[in-house]
Design a protein around this ligand. Structure first.
Ligand SMILES: Nc1ncnc2c1ncn2[C@@H]1O[C@H](COP(=O)(O)OP(=O)(O)OP(=O)(O)O)[C@@H](O)[C@H]1O
Ligand SMILES: [Mg+2]
Length: 483
């Protein structure tokens, strides 16, 4: 049984709710009956398409210890199990989250950025867990309910807390970071993502900079020194409450701004990088000290993310040498660069599963990984690309703009799908055109027809483009012994 997380009394103090029944100590917090565990508090969130109240009875059947529900529905569930009724369930969850934050003595980092949040958060979870009890967000739970939920799940025993904070629109990060109150804020990078909702990339940078609003006084900002928006972010960090505590944000034990990257002024500077098919050897100048380590995910972008991880870990007070060594234990999360060998050894197909999401920066990074992936005798490098979503008016131009990268990275065959990828398809040399289809399901037959032993295949697209279907199809067709 998991250790105690919430008592009846603590929940009453946090939510000021109305109790019906008696709540025994709870060991977890859940918003989804599919993953609910015995002894959890079930939070009946009202989403756009589903209302959690429709699942309260099922939650009790699965062993929920209590449910957080709306006042309006309290009478309906009086016989179902112990319930705590509040005027607004999401607000109740926020209050539980804030109570968890208030009682915690963990050192906390908030991770945001246009790409690399989850990869970085998961790497931090792995390396920090090797040193002390670490609590981190599940998956990409980085929004208006994911962040309070992650806070509400934080045990008192946590020594480190790692929170992913995301946004699609300006103004979304600020209330979340004010709840999380991080000691350290990391912005992985600023790129053309969610452009549909922003007038410019500078406006995206400003929305990311909202993360500093919650940074504790004397807190540390860890920023990508190579990004064109570094100075803009630095100015925001200096103007934040944390920056004011230490004027000009000069390097000092507190109120510090740390830059990471290849830039000569970076405090954590890339000295040498050896890109290997399945990882990288990295040499870094860490505040004047040389560190060498191995990472197990390929790509320059992932290597650069690791410099940010060192910056965060050091700022949280962890042993940086152990963190550098621990990076060798980090595996890429599913759909974000996982590398699989399918079929028979000797003439296998290498599959790079990048199906989780896509934007111009991430597709460029994935193409460079494909280019560094070895192929077997007669094998080809095949890029399977689905739409990058939420790019707004510039969408067609941003898709077509990948054509030079496709060529420069030595891609032999392009399989494309989706209305936006048509713009890229039209712009690549005809010799590279394998097949185009309006959607991923329709592309499946051509994919299975095209791929043969020895090939390296990289599959990437926004989550909504459903490129995962193609990953599954290829795995099914070329499962070991099936080739
Ligand atoms: N610094 C980077 N530059 C470019 N691409 C990156 C970088 N870091 C990670 N990526 C790529 O971006 C994709 C998304 O990674 P990840 O899931 O970590 O991002 P995220 O910011 O959590 O995304 P989301 O907004 O969907 O939560 C992956 O394909 C990953 O390889
Ligand atoms: Mg994420």
């Amino acid at each position: 049984m998991s250790p105690l997380l919430w008592t009846e009394e603590a929940l009453l103090v946090a939510t000021n709710g109305q109790l019906h029944g008696k709540i025994e100590p709870l060991s977890g917090v859940s918003i989804d009956t599919r993953t609910l565990e015995k002894g959890d508090l079930f939070v009946a969130l009202e989403g756009e398409s589903r209302d959690g109240h429709d699942f309260v009875r099922m939650a009790f059947e699965k062993g929920a210890g209590a449910a957080l529900i709306s006042h309006r529905r309290a009478a309906e569930f009086s016989d179902a199990g112990p319930v705590l009724a509040v005027p607004d369930v999401l607000d109740g969850l926020r209050h539980i989250g804030m109570a968890a934050r208030a009682r915690s003595s963990a050192k906390i980092v908030a991770v945001t950025g246009s790409v690399g949040k989850t990869s970085t958060k998961e790497a931090l979870r792995t390396v920090l867990s090797e040193q002390a009890v670490t609590h981190a967000s599940v998956a990409s739970y980085n929004n208006h309910f994911g962040v309070p939920l992650t806070l509400a799940r934080m045990p008192e025993s946590a020594r480190y807390g790692v929170f992913e904070i995301g946004m699609n629109h300006a103004g979304e990060i600020e209330p979340l970071t004010r709840m999380v109150k991080p000691h350290v804020a990391l912005i992985t990078t600023v790129e053309a993502v969610h452009l549909e909702f922003f007038s410019s990339i500078a406006a995206i940078a400003d929305a990311k900079a909202e993360i500093f609003a919650g940074l504790l006084p004397q807190g540390v900002a860890v920023l990508n020194r190579d990004n064109p928006y570094f100075e803009r972010l630095e100015a925001s960090a200096q103007a934040s409450p944390a920056g004011k505590a230490s004027p000009a944000g000069k390097a000092s034990p507190a109120g510090q701004i740390i830059g990471f990257g290849a830039h000569e002024k970076a405090e954590i500077r890339l000295l040498d990088l050896k890109l290997l098919p399945d990882g990288s050897d990295v040499v870094v100048d860490y505040f004047g000290r040389r560190l060498s380590y191995r990472i197990q995910s390929p790509g320059r972008h992932i290597a650069l993310n690791s410099l940010g991880i060192l910056g965060v870990a050091g700022a949280l007070g962890a042993d940086v040498d152990r963190v550098a060594a621990g990076l060798a234990h980090v595996r890429p999360p599913e759909g974000r660069g996982a590398r699989l060998e399918l079929g028979e050894a000797g003439h296998a197909i290498t599959l790079l599963d990048e199906s989780y999401n896509a934007n111009p920066a991430a597709v460029r990074a994935a193409l460079s990984i494909l280019s560094a992936t070895p192929v077997g005798a007669g094998g080809r490098r095949i890029a399977v690309l689905g739409d990058m979503r939420e790019l707004g008016e510039q969408s067609a131009a941003l898709h077509a703009g990948l054509a030079p990268d496709v060529v420069a990275n030595g891609v032999d065959v392009v399989l494309a799908c989706g209305p936006f990828m048509k713009a890229l398809w039209d712009d690549i040399p005809p010799a590279l055109r394998g097949a185009y289809a309006p959607d991923s399901a329709t592309l499946e037959a051509a994919l299975l027809d095209t791929v043969r032993p020895g090939d390296a295949v990289m599959i990437k697209g926004s989550f909504g483009s459903r490129m995962g279907l193609l990953v599954a199809a290829l795995k099914g067709r070329f499962a070991k012994g099936n080739a």
